[in-house]
Design a protein around this ligand. Structure first.
Ligand code: CP
Length: 313
């Protein structure tokens, strides 16, 4: 693995999941692998879990960690050939090369604008770091993907599954703000690689990109989709066709105790209680969101371990 910007950077997903579960049982097994190596984490956006779990993962491997909130530094320019006479003070070409001299691995969080579909799809922030940095890049959630979250979700489903081929349903739920498609995209891509019975349910107008969905069944009837589910992964996303718009806040799509049945309820967090998922679900034994969040550390740790091993090979 030279970078981790997509779940497809993992060559053998099932093997990596098992390695993460083994690492979780003994998290300090490789605590000298990262000695004298530095992870620089760059945040263009807010984070609780990604920030803390990735730092913890790096420290479990013996790495040093430096964190920079991009809002506290120079405004970066990403366009080539621009006359920089407006708000941007530093070009990504210099910034990425300079940071590479301080870092052995760079991790980046950069959400989409949700205003310009083509620009967001180009992943210009993440890809500029890949182009101009001279060290591996880790995606801590970009415009279209959240592969650390998706690996976490795969680990969590593997740990909690009691059937060989569980039924996994990704359900849209209402939210007051326009949210990105990244978590849903990466979750679907990852589940498509595993031996699960995957389906997606959302209201009309919330179809995700066809290149993500491929042949995964999509239901506009949530009740029908949730029938006999083993795992219900709840997530809001804004419309993809009417790009970045909130076209429904229908409270009937909230996940309730009645809807969840015996299934395990997952969410990447943060979650808006009683808007996305009812208290009665989040406070019940059906909810596995807390152990799911715990697995963020071990997903990040197995990724950083693979990158460190590649650096020293
Ligand atoms: N799930 C997730 O990425 O959480 P944060 O936004 O808090 O990092």
């Amino acid at each position: 693995m030279n970078n981790y910007t997509s779940i497809h950077d993992i060559k053998n997903l099932s093997k990596t999941i098992q390695e993460a579960i083994t690492l979780k049982a003994n998290p300090f097994q490789f605590d000298t692998l990262g000695k004298h190596k530095t992870l620089v984490m760059l945040f263009f956006n807010s984070s609780l879990r990604t920030r803390l779990s990735t730092e913890k993962a790096a420290k479990n491997l013996g790495m040093d960690v430096m964190i920079l909130d991009i809002s506290n530094t120079w405004n970066l320019e990403f366009k080539d050939g621009t006359v920089m006479n407006l708000q941007t003070a530093e070009h990504i070409k210099e910034a990425a090369q300079v940071i590479s001299q301080y870092a052995d691995i760079i991790a980046v969080r950069a959400f989409p604008s949700l205003k310009n579909k083509e620009e967001d799809a180009s992943e210009y922030i993440l890809n500029s770091f890949k182009t101009y940095a001279s060290v591996p890049i880790v995606n801590m959630e970009s415009a279209t993907a959240h592969p650390l979250q998706a690996l976490t979700d795969a680990i969590t489903i593997t740990e909690h599954a009691i059937k060989k081929k569980p039924k996994v349903v990704l359900s849209w739920a209402p939210h007051p703000k326009a949210l990105p498609h990244a978590v849903a995209n990466s979750f679907i891509k990852t589940m498509q690689l595993l031996d699960v019975d995957l389906s997606v349910t959302h209201p009309k107008g919330y179809d995700l990109a066809s290149e993500i969905i491929k042949d995964t069944p999509v239901f506009y009837n949530q009740k029908k989709a949730l029938q006999d589910a083993d795992f219900v992964y709840v997530k809001n996303w804004s419309s993809y066709d009417q790009y970045g718009q909130v076209i429904s806040q229908d409270p009937n799509w909230m996940i309730t105790k009645e809807k969840i049945g015996n299934a395990s309820c997952m969410h990447c967090l943060p979650v808006r209680r009683n808007m996305v998922i009812a208290d009665a679900v989040l406070d019940s034994e059906n909810s596995i969101v807390i152990p799911q969040a715990n697995n963020r550390t071990f997903a990040a740790q197995i990724v950083l371990k693979n990158l460190l091993e590649q650096l020293s090979s």
